[in-house]
Write a protein that binds this ligand. Sequence first.
Ligand SMILES: Nc1ncnc2c1ncn2[C@@H]1O[C@H](COP(=O)(O)OP(=O)(O)OP(=O)(O)O)[C@@H](O)[C@H]1O
Ligand SMILES: [Zn+2]
Ligand SMILES: [Zn+2]
Length: 837
Amino acid sequence: MYAKVIVDVPSRQTNRPYDYFVPPALIPWVEVGSRVGVPFGNRTVQGFVVDLTKRPDVAAGKLKDIAGVLDAHPPLTPELVELGRWVSRTYLCHEITALQAMIPGALKAKYERLVRLEPYEESELAFLVPRQLELIRYLEAKGSVPLDDLIQRYPGEGEWIKEQIRKGRFSETNSIRDRVGRKKLLTVYPPEPPELLEQYAGELPARAARQKDVLDYLRSNPHPVPLAELTKKLGVGAGTVKGLADKGWISIREVEVFRDPYADRDFRRTAPLPLTPEQEKVFGSISRSLTNSVHRVFLLHGVTGSGKTEVYLQSIQQCLDLGREAIVLVPEISLTPQMVERFKGRFGDQVAVLHSRLSQGERYDEWRKITLGQVKVAIGARSAVFAPFTRLGLIILDEEHESSYKQEDSPKYHAREVAIRRARYFGAAVVLGSATPSLESYARAAEEKPDHPDADEEALAASRKYRLLVMKDRVEGRPLPPVHIVDMRSELKDGNRSMFSRPLYNAIEQRLQRKEQTVLLLNRRGYSTFVMCRTCGYTLSCPHCDISLTYHQSSQAVRCHYCGYAERQAQVCPNCASEHIRYFGTGTQRVEEELAKLFPGIRVIRMDIDTTSEKGAHEKWLTQFANQQADVLLGTQMVAKGLDFPNVTLVGVIAADTMLNLPDFRAAERTFQLMTQVAGRAGRHHLPGEVFVQTYTPEHYSVQCASRHDFHSFVHTELEMRKLRDYPPYCRMILVTLSHEQIPLLVRTAETFAARVKEMASAEAARTGVLSDMEVLGPVASPISRIKDRYRFQCLIKYRKDTSVSERVREAVSSFDDLVRQERLQISVDVDPYLLM
Ligand SMILES: Nc1ncnc2c1ncn2[C@@H]1O[C@H](COP(=O)(O)OP(=O)(O)OP(=O)(O)O)[C@@H](O)[C@H]1O
Ligand SMILES: [Zn+2]
Ligand SMILES: [Zn+2]
């Protein structure tokens, strides 16, 4: 038998399956989706089996053997292997890159160079110094040793080791190792049958009281127990227990365990709530499609606090009842303890949580529970869309408008599109939920006809449109909070220089008196805390990238967000030597300071990148806030989503319009979404809420519409703008960025590239007789025109119906292969980009 293998060598030349012979002994282990080690060139690399065949493409005699199988259970399923091919074609990346994105980091191969001793004559050792002789003996005893270990053990002998390798006295091989191993736990087993314990207890000498405690414990609990737990419970040393094992009375074995990040948490079990009529209707539609096992995409547009989560929970229950599995995707930022609690609370141990804040080992174990069929529900951020289920019935994307569903590194996939692709394969349902659906999704959605719910289903499926489901009201008729717009320009005119307007100040004061809580949002995006000289206007920028350096108060340093360059905060201006150089921008720290000044004694919890980088920090802050140990929760985007605290009656947005000036066609949409989401945190329970939005552009339609909770007017206006300027959803885009250290070569290449794409399109049009609707904009310098000393130029390709455009772009990119190799040119392609920088 032969296997086609995609090897872990990401380059355009190796982006195809290679044939290998499957040695008979490995046949039972090699399946489509298996991870294998294969010889490639002069080393061994990891690869994935994507097909099995009796007839290879290459003459069988020339083929090498698969060197080994790396897992007893293949980490990928045939469906995921097929999906990998689709991801690589759709987002123009290497197939190996797509496959690697589907498995946990722990399984990404770590290549290790091993050194071993070649046969030698004893006489050759005569000239060696003692240290070298010791090294030889060490190698002899160990067989093969990782090169790194050898270098560390004999730091002074580096040159000599190198020479031995060059002369062939030491040979060097490659090995593949997983980054994280499985966790083993020493476990104590009582004897078989446990009745023997009584007899043993009798045989113990009287002074062995501790050992008797152990035997007594096992007599009343005749089950395997982790050694550490036993010693802790009884207050005995491990030696005491081992002594019993040495006698052969009990045994201690290594047992594989799953690291469970939620092991020490009790989740209160929740029962399904009786649904409101709106929830009932929505649930009915989803439920019908689950029962019929037909693929369908639903767009659930439900206002904040309308109870979308309960609909998700009951739909998942239905899916599980039908014997199928479910994936819940949430933006990383809202993968909060509160969210996890809701799903664990309903489905308990059937849930795996895939979270980037878990350790690599923990994440690996959660993932393995899925491959081993021990859980039925996976909840996680973007990459959880690849959870290796085999009987998927339902995929939910909460906050479907979130830009974090788009991956910015290769593979630059969008989780929504991947989810729909997988669901189509399984005949599964997809639910896209949001209070502020993305324009792309909204434009694809069609309303259900009330009298014939299923009548136009077929037409809908054929057109790949979404089914729109709507929940207009909050649960139990709670009102959406009134939103007050505060014009900061007139505050300034009236002499208020504080970052708090008078109405927001009064509102906070009122909450403090009433012992109610406040959420304050500072939208950091677009607000850099940059450093500027007030005398000459000079700003500090990165010497390697065209971007200003950001000030970090905690380390008193300025840092580049693109390349990591850092320097100490300057005391005087490097340009004019003035001392009036200081940092600008309203960081959360400054808001916190100002709050403390204005409201002495106020208790503030600040949540931003600085305060939440530690593991568990998120959870700690939110629990404190939930327990009302603080008056104000102040933060960045993190505080805008998903939180549900009954005592929050005031939401303040410090500056609503900071994003509006970014070079991003989604700026208005993002502003509207953020304001609507954060406003939705207020008054979700019995106490009514109120929202204050401070802005310098109160007349902007995104601010106006958000203040009226008017999604439809916003969509209407925004769609008109997009149509006028020809942006998605009225067209699709591919962004191609070229980078190089020298501008002339870069400009020439970028121009040739643009010309080539156009040429290819007209050649294709001549061949098929169908005119392409493609348009190539640029090349122009990218908004960030230099990163890490490489200049950047970009072409933006727009098209509407011509689906062969991405194929043209792929061809054009590969026609530059030689240049890429010879000149160290880089070309990156982003299909349906989110960042146009
Ligand atoms: N059928 C119901 N009966 C009573 N309470 C409900 C019901 N459904 C949901 N709730 C409660 O209503 C509140 C809001 O629900 P939920 O958090 O699911 O809203 P949401 O639509 O997800 O809002 P957001 O988009 O703001 O996250 C929650 O406290 C929830 O427990
Ligand atoms: Zn930099
Ligand atoms: Zn200066």
